[in-house]
Write a protein that binds this ligand. Structure first.
Ligand SMILES: O=C(O)C1=N[C@H](C(=O)O)C[C@H](O)C1
Length: 307
């Protein structure tokens, strides 16, 4: 990806990481990448929240990246591939950026430093140091309810002004006023992507460039239709398309993610096991039944529409 011609907008999928018997399930990973390479997505993110990145060791992460990149290439699909990184030690993260420089990724999604609750100035200096440590594009992940710290708009815009390779933010700040102010103040070349599945349509309608949406695993075309219709200026069509998928986030986040998404993908035959790594646990029986009812309902609706 050329830093001077970035296109971080659209619908990005934070890919689940399939596991089997405690190990990375390589066959399922290849199947997943092949499947999504044929869908109208704008990018893939590996090892993010949905990809259980915090539970992967370095060798597994390297293998995950290598397999996904090779499978995309084999499919002939040039889809941007970003790697999720998180940590609260600027030096360690800078080392990770150097270390992963030869890996076949196009950029990084980097979460705000968690747990230690640094100042706004600390975060500006943190991201400036990281941006200096790679030539690749960086998307900042602002999710105060997970990290314990909110990157405010003034600090974010200072980072954007100082760092030409900070090209976007995954916005989960949970404050509509903050998100709308950012959309008003940001440079046109800087992309705001919502990371709140339930806000995909509302944020795109406010002018956000896109979203990183775990629920798109189960209905990529449904979410892509919302994106396409809004881009085409068809507000009524986009709203109708949104109403066809807007129940999914509630279902897929009814218990800690990515357990519900993995259960769905397993039942759909896209991955061989819904296995997660602790501390994440499988869905309850009740949610499993709800997911399977929704899958059956959608299959029946698709059959009726095709008849
Ligand atoms: O994997 C991610 O990155 C995502 N993160 C959000 C979260 O942290 O809750 C949700 C989004 O759907 C995907």
């Amino acid at each position: 990806m050329d830093v001077h011609h970035p296109n971080l907008g659209g619908l990005w999928l934070p890919l689940v990481t399939p596991f089997r018997d405690g190990a990375l399930d390589e066959a399922s990973l290849r199947r997943l990448v092949r499947h999504y390479a044929a869908e109208p997505l704008d990018g893939l993110i590996l090892a993010a929240t949905t990809g259980e990145g915090l539970t992967l060791d370095e060798a597994e992460t390297e293998r995950l990246v290598a397999l996904a990149a090779a499978e995309l290439a084999a499919c002939g699909r040039r889809l941007p591939l970003f790697l999720g990184l998180s940590g609260s030690d600027t030096r360690k993260l800078a080392k990770a950026l150097h270390h992963t420089a030869p890996w076949p990724v196009d950029g990084y999604l980097i979460a705000c430093p968690y747990y230690t609750r640094p100042s706004q100035e600390g975060m500006v200096r943190h991201f400036a140091a990281l941006a200096d440590s790679t030539a690749r594009p960086i998307m900042i992940y602002n999710i105060p309810y997970r990290t314990g710290v909110n990157l405010g708009n003034a600090a974010l815009l200072e980072i954007v002004a100082r760092c030409p390779n900070v090209l976007g933010v995954k916005d989960c700040c949970a404050e509509l006023a903050q998100s709308c102010e950012l959309l008003r103040l940001k440079p046109a070349s800087f992309a705001v992507l919502t990371g709140e599945d339930a806000s995909f349509h509302p944020m795109l309608a406010q002018g956000a460039e896109g979203g990183i949406i775990a629920s798109a695993h189960v209905a990529p075309r449904g979410f892509a239709a919302v994106r396409d219709l809004l881009r085409a200026g068809d507000g009524a069509g986009a709203l109708a398309a949104w109403h066809a998928v807007d129940e999914l986030p509630r279902l897929l986040f009814a218990e800690p993610s990515p357990a519900p998404v993995k259960h769905w993908l397993w039942r759909a035959g896209l991955i061989d096991s819904a296995e997660l790594r602790l501390p994440m646990t499988p869905v309850s029986e009740g949610l499993a039944a709800r997911i399977e009812r929704e899958m059956a309902r959608r299959q029946a609706a698709a059959r009726d529409a095709a008849a």
